[in-house]
Design a binder for this molecule. Structure first.
Ligand SMILES: [Cu+2]
Length: 499
């Protein structure tokens, strides 16, 4: 959702120049030894860490004369691609040069609570102007990522509104890929502002089945709030849209050759938005979702990604030209959400062709066998209290809004058991739901049974229900939340513990 007509004009003006500026091109600072810090508790600082990540406010050039100030990892956006080897322990020094305590979350990995990067689970903060050395065994293999995990609330400079997002690839023990090369893309908006209500696409999920009781509950609550004179709760819009930190037309194009098979690893690094992506004249063969192989590769015309979701897809380059791979929302693409794909020897203005509307159905990627039955079903209902907290929507799970005062675990797990989370969404928003330190198997999506799709984020559509199953195999406090920053900051979290 683009927010600002002025910035749109600036973009159109800037779009005239196509110079590939390298002022702030990514700088590799990995593998450097971290400087010893008084706050490193367990660190043997005489031994260099394998990786160093430094959190600091820096300038990022999204386009010529579009230079923003934001918090980054190692002075770049996205943060450096970290390539780990499955099962091979890594040591990482994290330096925080900002004025606020930070958390660095290893999204999608099965790590312990002391390094996972969620204060709610008990991970220590990286103190302001301090450091922390951590160590863990990367797993499972595949496309993961790292990002900040602090609550931003009304502060649009904090949390994932900042540039604190970077990709991780954990090399599997054997490499099954049939492709010529890999390209990592991080989709991310900048220059956030608050508005009243949004216009995000909501009709792309399939099946479209809504549950009447959820709809009645949600609409009744909304009508009651508006009838009392409440405005719509705040939403966030953005002034600039980027892929790998560059607005469309201002980064290096992806240069390809006819016949090449390019494996794209695409991350939605947004704080709040759902993104789409299409490439005119080409299709995507999806091989993995959230870094986990799907039962069989599946060809689709375009992609939809909720906040924090990843898609790995092979594109066979068989349609020469200069093309825009971009968001299907014209406004967001015109504000920068796209990247140029350039075939060798091709010149001219990059072309965009609006695709036919396409839907996104997780069950299409599933297997044909039935999912295993769970030992226990845990029911959850998500609800919105419109504009209930200082004008922000307040979110509840089973009528409880999570807060510093209400952090007691809501669900209790026994190690080794298989649980089914039955998530019912009594709001009209789509929620990208995330479970820490575990992954889950999709077993029911809006009334359609499925199996075999393993993820760590799933979009639950408005007034829909989704079931996901997981095995409780990583003891310790485990955070469950909506990954939409405005939702997680205002109540949409719950904790699991192991009994
Ligand atoms: Cu949400």
């Amino acid at each position: 959702m683009a927010s600002d007509p002025l910035s749109r004009r600036n973009f159109l003006k800037a779009a005239g120049s196509m110079a590939g500026c390298s002022l702030l091109s990514p700088v590799r600072v990995l593998g450097q030894s971290g400087s010893p810090s008084p706050q490193s508790v367990v660190a043997d600082t005489a031994t260099p860490a394998d990786y160093t990540l430094t959190i600091a406010v820096k300038l990022v050039e999204l386009a010529p004369n579009r230079i923003i100030s934001t918090t980054t990892y190692n002075g770049q956006f996205p943060g450096p691609l970290l390539r780990f080897k499955e099962g091979q322990r890594v040591t990482i020094d994290i330096h925080n040069q900002t004025d606020r305590p930070e958390q660095l979350h290893w999204h999608g990995q099965f790590v312990s609570t002391d390094v996972d990067g969620a204060a709610e689970e008990g991970t220590p903060f990286i103190p302001a102007h301090g450091s922390r050395r951590i160590s863990f065994v990367p797993q499972p293999s595949g496309y993961r990522f790292y990002h900040t995990h602090v609550r931003a609330k009304a502060d649009l400079g904090a949390g994932q509104y900042s540039g604190l997002v970077g990709p991780v690839y954990i090399e599997p023990k054997e490499n099954p890929g049939n492709y010529d090369r890999e390209v990592f893309l991080t989709l991310k908006e900048f220059e956030p502002t608050f508005s009243r209500g949004g216009d995000m696409a909501m009709d792309f999920l399939s099946p479209a089945t809504v549950e009447k009781d959820l709809k009645d509950t949600g609409e009744h609550a909304m009508q009651a709030s508006l009838a009392k004179g409440a405005p719509h709760g705040f939403e966030v819009g953005y002034g600039s849209f980027t892929i790998n930190g560059r607005m469309l037309g201002h980064g290096e194009p992806i240069r390809v050759k006819r016949g090449e098979r390019v494996l794209f690893h695409i991350l939605n690094g947004s704080a709040t938005e759902i993104r789409s992506l299409a490439l005119p004249g080409h299709t995507f063969t999806i091989v993995a979702l959230d870094g986990n192989k799907i039962p069989r590769p599946m060809r689709v015309p375009g992609l939809w990604l909720g906040t924090a979701e990843r898609v790995s897809a092979i594109v066979e380059m068989n349609h020469p030209g200069r093309w825009i791979m971009g968001d299907v929302a014209d406004d967001d693409r015109h504000h920068g959400m796209g990247i140029v794909i350039e075939y060798a020897g091709e010149k001219g203005k990059p072309q965009w062709v609006t695709p036919k509307p396409f839907h996104w159905n997780y069950a299409h990627f599933g297997g044909t066998t039935a999912a295993a039955e769970p030992d226990q079903i845990l029911e959850m209902t998500f609800a919105k209290q419109n504009a209930a907290q200082d004008g922000f929507n307040l979110w509840t799970i089973n009528d409880v809004a999570f807060s510093e005062e209400h952090m007691q675990p809501m669900f209790h797990l026994e190690k080794g058991k298989r649980y089914r989370l039955r998530m019912k969404n009594a709001s009209d928003d789509i929620h990208p739901i995330h479970l820490h330190r575990h992954s889950f198997e999709l077993t029911q999506v809006a009334g359609q049974r499925t199996s075999g799709v393993t993820k760590d984020v799933v979009m639950v559509g408005g007034y829909q229900s989704v079931d996901v199953d997981f095995t409780a195999d990583n003891p310790g406090l485990t955070l469950f939340h909506c990954h939409q920053q405005l939702h997680m900051d205002f109540g949409f979290m719950a904790l699991f513990d192991y009994i």
